[in-house]
Design a protein around this ligand. Structure first.
Ligand SMILES: [Zn+2]
Length: 315
């Protein structure tokens, strides 16, 4: 079976002020990289628009109304020092959520082996009723809720390897008995949360803080010793990945020293767990990554593994 890639041009219409790291060029760099011949095997799909009911799986009506009301007619509006809205931001955000839901549907239906959702704005910092860290809605958390509420899943694992703590996903999944949320991240770093003692209302949150300058070898040890055994033990029915590539050594916003090979290794190991527990079902979603070359190379390495592992899968 195949790997699907979900994108949409609407995600280029979420425009941030000049000099902002979370910019349109990120997605353009990614699209260029994934257009290469090596990626001919991808099943390319348009990310559909999510419905308001989908956002309501994780966010209250009043918060959604607040975001919609703040959308400017032109230029930008700042929701906080980092998080901006432009005229196209709401449609972009609906594509980012919708891409996740469509990918979950297609993987659970057995149409595809796995998927990568390359949309923006990212989502893992968006809390229940607070936009922050470039994020408006919890794209991956909403995908998880969708899998639980509409597909009846009882054990969804979310693995967030973005260099920043996934405080939003943690907030949205804190009391969710049907999810295990695992985040590895640099600490100290924005947003400041993600201490190992934050473990969720049902022991369903696992935080792996990594010291600045942590390289690939230490990352691999942390995953081998802590994360992978916990995931195997959990026996997820679906694995969702918050795939941020800002732990790369070249990233300007953080100080970890991972390489493209480290992202490939990590993707392989998560696919191993998925093969052992849930017939290889993986939906991966773009979060951060702000050096364009490192982002393109790391995402390519990640998607390369998804394609190879998807093709090996049965079906
Ligand atoms: Zn990040």
């Amino acid at each position: 079976m195949t790997t699907a890639l979900y994108m949409h041009d609407d995600c280029l219409r979420h425009v941030t002020p000049p000099g902002h790291p979370e910019r349109v060029a990120r997605l353009e760099a990614m699209a260029r990289a994934l257009a290469a011949g090596d990626f001919a095997a991808l099943d390319r799909r348009e990310a559909p628009l999510a419905a308001r009911a989908d956002l309501l799986l994780c966010h209250p009506e009043a918060y959604i109304d607040r975001v919609v009301a703040a959308i400017p007619d032109d230029g930008w509006v700042a929701l906080d020092a980092d998080t901006h809205l432009s005229p196209g931001s709401y449609e972009a955000a609906l594509r980012a959520v919708g891409g996740n839901l469509a990918a979950v549907d297609a993987v659970l239906a057995g149409e595809i082996s796995n998927a990568f959702v390359a949309c923006r704005p990212p989502g893992h910092h968006a809390e229940t009723a607070t936009a922050m860290g470039f994020c408006l809605f919890g794209n991956v958390a909403i995908g998880a809720r969708h899998a639980m509420e509409r597909h009846g899943l009882g054990r969804v694992a979310i693995v967030d390897f973005d260099v920043h703590h996934g405080n939003g996903t943690q907030d949205l999944m804190w009391s969710e008995e049907r999810a295990l949320f695992v985040s590895s991240h640099q600490m100290p770093l924005f947003p400041g949360t993600g201490d190992a003692h934050e473990t969720g209302a049902h022991d369903n949150v696992m935080n792996i803080p990594l010291a600045p300058m942590t390289g690939g070898a230490e990352m691999r040890r942390a995953y081998e010793n802590e994360v992978l055994p916990a995931l195997l033990d959990y026996r997820p029915e679906l694995i969702l990945i918050s795939a941020g590539f800002d732990a790369h050594a070249a990233d300007p916003l953080a100080n970890l020293n991972w390489t493209e090979e480290d992202f490939a290794w990590l993707t392989e190991r998560l696919c191993d767990v998925a093969d052992d527990t849930c017939e290889g079902r993986v939906v991966s979603t773009l979060e951060g990554g702000y050096d364009l070359d490192a982002l393109a190379a790391s995402a390519s390495a990640h998607v390369d593994v998804l394609i190879a592992r998807g093709a090996e899968g049965s079906g």
